[in-house]
Design a protein around this ligand. Structure first.
Ligand SMILES: *[C@@H]1O[C@H](CO)[C@@H](O)[C@H](O)[C@H]1NC(C)=O
Ligand SMILES: *[C@@H]1O[C@H](CO)[C@@H](O)[C@H](O)[C@H]1NC(C)=O
Ligand SMILES: *[C@@H]1O[C@H](CO)[C@@H](O)[C@H](O)[C@H]1NC(C)=O
Ligand SMILES: *[C@@H]1O[C@H](CO)[C@@H](O)[C@H](O)[C@H]1NC(C)=O
Ligand SMILES: *[C@@H]1O[C@H](CO)[C@@H](O)[C@H](O)[C@H]1NC(C)=O
Ligand SMILES: *[C@@H]1O[C@H](CO)[C@@H](O)[C@H](O)[C@H]1NC(C)=O
Ligand SMILES: *[C@@H]1O[C@H](CO)[C@@H](O)[C@H](O)[C@H]1NC(C)=O
Ligand SMILES: *[C@@H]1O[C@H](CO)[C@@H](O)[C@H](O)[C@H]1NC(C)=O
Ligand SMILES: *[C@@H]1O[C@H](CO)[C@@H](O)[C@H](O)[C@H]1NC(C)=O
Ligand SMILES: *[C@@H]1O[C@H](CO)[C@@H](O)[C@H](O)[C@H]1NC(C)=O
Ligand SMILES: *[C@@H]1O[C@H](CO)[C@@H](O)[C@H](O)[C@H]1NC(C)=O
Ligand SMILES: *[C@@H]1O[C@H](CO)[C@@H](O)[C@H](O)[C@H]1NC(C)=O
Length: 837
């Protein structure tokens, strides 16, 4: 029962609040930011463990917020310090255990590191989920590392043991279901427990799986099939022991005696009856430093159900083609640690240097000269001390003073900064480093079916199919309008991933499994069942998805130079283009990707997407030496665009409208990002400039609302919009999102949809939507994707004079704005409307 005191030091940008408990322990520092949830083991839609608060004040959570049992304890001279989870708190209060004191939390794109002090030692828990988008084998392995190290801080050796357990909630969730479990030594099942004096590199794996698995079925977003594997090796410990059993008994025995009894509890009644845990203990004896590594994996074979020429196929995971069986993979993954660490370090430094490269070209945006208001903390919680009583993230709210719009660009003279005195590159790094694992953790990779219709030479056995779960919104497979916002990540990190994800969509449409004229919404309604929509009953977003399919395919080509792949799908793309010819300019009542907002007539931002897609089709048709096929001419595009400007720009000429017929409405015009990214040359420079000037006038504390109907926004679309703006507006977007991350009241993995005002929580609308852990955070890489095209921070609003394009130099096709190709389709549709001018 310890009250804690809050000391205010310094009055820099934000008041620096350093809180101490009466033991003198400070709350942890956060680098580069303090996100609502920190990724721990995030590799697939099912292996997705996060820390939603201090690492040892609560158990880790699955992305939904449901609890996962994962406990980590280090015992030093008989006192057990819990650093991971709060599993020991089920025990009666005992002098022999305490929580370790959190000191620092740091993340980069691949690691989340937590450091603690624990009596005479420091503990570091390093969670490592490598992000290696170019390495399909390593990326497809559904395994993640935890490395825990202990270092004496008084220079003396201490008697040290490591304890860790996981519970059975990682599969099926809280449902009452019977699990079957085993422990393996070097891949062989063993029944004995207790002390083992074997080689340091002997691999031990606890595994469990549902006794009656239901492949491809989920409950509460948790899989009902597959195997959880928790592995470790003795390493330098002189003894390794392991045991399974009831959580309370087993943990009690450990903290009182540091022993695991020879007992494998074989009577399992389901998670709702009693909590069964699977534990390891490493005994090091007297040491001044020690290290233990664990790997956790959720392994599914088969992994995806897929409709293809041979019928519904059960696809095997891609890692099988790399590693063989599960135990070989676990072993190789373990041995790979050092190599992967090196690769990760390279990739991480690549990310950092790319961000520097993007930003280095111009001087930083002007700094605000306005004095920073000093705020007095008025919301200091005064509960008794417990890690969960950490200062809430809104403890020092950044107040929006509407009278001087402090914190925003001054709408009169456009000076000032979103969040003064914060570095935009640092803010941007905090956002993308957090987003990388979230994007990669939404996909699985599968071996294509043998009967796949895909061309063996270009996309046969040699390449995986990728299946994405539309996490938390509706669980669809490879939703086109979720892939689309994610594209900047793929284009930056590895454009081939985009091809692997689009391929199932093309195969389903070209295999005759989709009856509609436009592009399908997704490859299947319920992940991981990519069984298409043979009745065409998918969510109806024809302009949205047709535009997405065309633009993504063209983007893949532009970033890869692979025109062969594009050619194989021309026919399908042209079908979408035909639809867009008819409906893009005046889409009438359609849903856009922001379907939570409902249908709206003639959405300006939707229409421009369709028009940009027509331009992409027109450019693609030149790839083929039969120009005609595209059916779209430059003249059509120009005329559509000119009408779009007439319909879509406010009569005041200071912003675009949300919808043609709705005077005074406005919204983020994020789709013009693709005009800039692909150098499509459609959108006039004045539109970029106008929007860039407009956004600051409507910006709120945590960013610019998605549109004039609400005060919530989308982080992905904001960064897309930021990428089309001048440096000061871009900085406003980037820093306000980073500021939101530090301060939001949301408490689950990165919410792309949030309030720009108040506590920055989930949308305050009646059917409140809580988006979590969605892949669309790949959109945060929009600035880095621009860098790949040669554009940097200096390529401001509409200024696409960078060295564009085709990144690998072959098949270059530059848009010149001349040379119309009149095609049969064009005459079929007649001259486009828009002769008004
Ligand atoms: C986390 O720890 C790993 C392993 O020591 C290290 O390579 C990495 O740089 C650390 N990252 C951060 C952000 O501290
Ligand atoms: C232990 O952590 C403290 C900060 O919490 C640090 O000052 C000290 O240097 C660390 N000791 C070692 C040996 O790393
Ligand atoms: C483990 O014990 C079970 C039941 O007691 C037995 O069926 C199984 O064969 C044993 N496995 C090994 C590897 O000894
Ligand atoms: C493990 O070894 C320790 C000492 O080496 C001993 O005290 C303990 O009883 C053993 N535990 C089991 C379960 O055999
Ligand atoms: C680390 O993260 C960066 C940025 O996402 C990525 O490019 C790189 O491949 C990652 N590598 C490893 C080993 O984590
Ligand atoms: C702190 O405690 C006082 C007295 O118990 C109470 O009136 C006050 O509302 C509390 N403040 C907060 C922020 O909880
Ligand atoms: C812009 O407006 C701010 C706030 O109103 C003011 O402090 C600043 O001096 C102005 N800058 C210029 C160049 O007028
Ligand atoms: C460019 O891409 C094409 C098609 O993918 C490939 O054949 C060619 O080798 C690439 N060229 C370079 C320089 O990478
Ligand atoms: C917008 O769409 C509606 C039909 O949904 C149509 O009646 C109206 O004329 C359109 N407005 C414009 C400006 O095209
Ligand atoms: C977010 O928090 C980190 C760590 O406390 C701080 O360094 C950073 O400047 C903050 N960023 C913003 C934009 O407030
Ligand atoms: C546009 O790009 C050119 C060449 O990179 C640069 O000199 C110019 O300053 C840019 N203009 C703006 C408004 O950024
Ligand atoms: C495209 O433009 C670049 C830069 O202006 C130029 O180097 C290249 O030769 C052009 N390619 C074609 C096919 O015209």
């Amino acid at each position: 029962m310890l009250a804690y005191y809050l000391l205010l030091l310094g009055y820099a940008t934000r008041c620096l609040a350093i809180a101490f408990d009466t033991g003198g322990n400070s709350f942890p520092t956060h680098t580069p930011g303090r996100p609502p949830a920190v990724p721990l083991a995030v590799r697939t839609p099912y292996l997705s463990a996060w820390s939603g608060s201090t690492l040892n004040s609560a158990n880790p959570i699955f992305w939904t917020g449901d609890t996962l049992g994962w406990t980590g304890v280090v015992t030093v001279d008989g006192i057990s310090y819990e650093y991971l989870g709060n599993g020991l708190q089920i025990l009666p209060s005992l002098p022999s255990y305490v929580s370790a004191s959190p000191r620092a939390v740091a993340y980069d794109s691949n690691y989340s590191n937590f450091t603690f002090s624990a009596g005479p030692v420091n503990i570091t828990a390093s969670f490592f989920s490598p992000v290696l988008p170019k390495d399909l084998c390593r990326t497809s392995a559904p395994l993640s590392y935890l490395t825990t190290t202990v270092q004496s801080s008084d220079g003396k050796p201490h008697n040290v043991q490591f304890y860790s357990d996981i519970n059975s909630a990682w599969i099926v969730g809280g449902a009452k279901s019977v699990m079957a479990w085993e422990i393996f030594r070097n891949g062989a099942s063993i029944n004995d427990t207790g002390n083992d004096t074997v080689a340091p590199d002997t691999m031990y794996s606890w595994t469990y799986e549902p006794e009656s698995p239901l492949p491809f079925k989920e409950t509460g977003d948790r899989p009902q099939w597959g195997r959880l594997a928790y592995s470790t090796q003795p390493m330098a410990a002189h003894n390794l022991s392991f045991q399974t059993g009831d959580a309370l008994n087993l943990r009690y025995k450990y903290v009182t005696a540091q022993l695991l009894a020879k007992d494998i509890d074989s009577v399992y009644h389901g998670t709702s009856d009693h909590e069964v845990i699977f534990a390891f203990v490493h005994d090091f004896g007297n040491v001044s430093n020690a290290e233990v590594r664990y790997t956790v994996g959720l392994i599914q074979d088969p992994i995806v159900q897929y409709l293809s020429q041979g019928g519904i196929a059960q696809l095997e995971p891609w890692w099988k083609s790399c590693y063989g069986d599960m135990f070989s993979m676990i072993h190789l993954h373990w041995d790979d640690f050092i190599v992967v660490q090196e690769l990760a370090a390279q990739a991480e430094s690549q990310l950092v240097s790319d961000i520097e490269a993007f930003y280095q070209v111009t001087a930083p945006a002007p700094r605000s000269n306005t004095p920073v208001p000093v705020q007095t903390p008025s919301l200091v919680p005064n509960s008794t001390w417990h890690p969960s009583a950490l200062p809430t993230q809104t403890i020092l709210p950044y107040l929006h003073d509407s009278s001087d719009a402090y914190g925003f660009l001054n709408p009169n003279n456009f000076t000032g900064l979103g969040i003064p005195d914060t570095s935009e590159p640092d803010s941007y790094y905090a956002i993308v480093a957090l987003s990388a694992r979230q994007v990669m953790g939404s996909f699985v990779y599968a071996i294509p079916p043998p009967t796949s219709s895909c061309d063996e030479s270009s996309s046969g056995k040699g390449e995986p199919l990728m299946f994405m779960k539309e996490i938390s919104s509706d669980g669809n497979v490879n939703t086109l309008d979720v892939l689309f916002p994610t594209t900047p990540f793929f284009l930056y990190a590895n454009p081939e991933l985009l091809k692997y994800a689009l391929e199932p969509i093309f195969q389903l449409q070209e295999g005759g499994y989709y009856p509609n004229e436009w592009a399908m919404h997704d490859a299947g309604g319920v992940f991981p069942n990519a069984i298409g929509h043979v009745a065409g009953e998918d969510e109806l977003m024809p302009v949205e998805e047709s535009g997405n399919l065309v633009l993504m395919s063209y983007a893949y080509y532009k970033f890869s130079g692979n025109s062969d792949w594009l050619r194989t799908h021309f026919a399908t793309l042209n079908k979408s283009a035909s639809y867009l010819l008819e409906y893009s300019k005046v889409p009438a009542a359609q849903l856009s990707t922001d379907d939570f907002a409902g249908k709206l007539d003639n959405q300006t931002n939707l229409a421009i997407k369709g028009i940009l897609a027509l331009q992409a089709i027109s450019l693609m048709s030149r790839l083929d030496n039969s120009p005609g096929d595209g059916g779209v001419t430059d003249a059509i595009v120009r005329s559509y665009y000119s009408d779009w400007e007439k319909f879509g720009i406010s009569p005041s000429r200071d912003h675009t409208l949300l919808a043609y017929q709705w005077r005074s409405s406005w919204g983020l015009l994020y789709n013009i990002y693709y005009d800039k990214l692909l150098n499509l040359g459609v959108v006039g420079k004045s539109v970029y400039t106008m929007q860039s000037r407009w956004y600051p006038t409507v910006s709120q504390q945590y960013g610019v609302p998605l549109d004039s109907r609400h005060h919530h926004t989308k982080s992905d679309w904001q960064i897309w919009a930021a990428a089309t703006c001048t440096s000061s507006t871009r900085k406003m977007f980037v820093t306000s999102i980073a500021y939101w991350l530090n301060n939001t009241a949301t408490q689950f993995p990165f919410a792309d949809l949030y309030e720009t005002i108040g506590d920055g929580g989930y949308p305050q609308v009646p059917d409140s939507t809580t988006f979590k852990a969605r892949p669309v955070v790949g959109g945060h890489f929009a600035l880095l994707a621009l860098l790949r095209t040669g554009q940097t921070v200096s390529a401001e609003a509409g200024n696409t004079t960078g060295s564009l394009f085709i990144l690998n130099g072959t098949n270059a096709l530059n848009y010149t704005g001349t040379g119309d190709h009149v095609s049969p389709l064009a005459s079929r549709y007649g001259e486009p409307a828009g002769k008004e001018d």
